[in-house]
Design a protein around this ligand. Structure first.
Ligand SMILES: [Zn+2]
Length: 163
């Protein structure tokens, strides 16, 4: 995907206040990220293990999300599958909860999805990162088709948050 700058990311958040978007943690090494291998950039907050963020392009516009990832629970030790990239990890998938955008979010509505805890889905899909034996089901899809499927899953997740 096209690289994103810190300023673009901060202005792209759809489900937090402008003040929060200004203050939240954005990685300092954006210039060194492997953008050509990313369908979205996901990162965790080093100050707060329960916070994660995701930034991407959707229909030519930048979109960024604030995600809450509740603490470790029984399900984290089981094998579970990421709903975006369909990689299965033992203990490496987290429930990520996003407040909905706008008024619905202010009223406490949110959307949850199981997502790779390290938010490295694009790298798992491309085989650039290994999640261990049996992590990916044998499939006849090409890498490009898997990328398209991951993007479609992400677009559906974002649509649930913004509509
Ligand atoms: Zn994933």
């Amino acid at each position: 995907m096209n690289p994103l700058t810190e300023q673009e990311i901060r202005t792209a958040f759809v489900n937090c206040t402008k003040g929060e978007a200004k203050r939240l943690f954005v990685p300092h090494d954006l210039a060194e990220r492997p953008w050509e291998d990313l369908d979205f950039l996901g990162w965790r907050d080093p100050q707060n293990p329960h916070r994660a963020y995701l930034a991407t392009w959707l229909d030519g516009r930048q979109v960024a999300l604030v995600l809450r990832s509740p603490g470790a629970a029984a399900w984290q030790t089981r094998r579970s599958m990421c709903s975006l990239c369909l990689t299965t990890h033992t203990g490496g998938v987290s429930l990520m909860v996003a407040a909905k955008a706008g008024r619905a979010g202010q009223q406490g509505n949110s959307v949850g999805a199981y997502i790779c805890s390290d938010l490295a889905c694009p790298l798992y899909v491309r085989g650039r990162k290994d999640a261990g034996i049996g992590a990916r089901l044998p499939e006849s899809l090409s890498t490009e088709e898997k990328i398209q499927r991951t993007l479609a899953n992400l677009a559906r997740f974002i649509a649930k948050i913004t509509t």
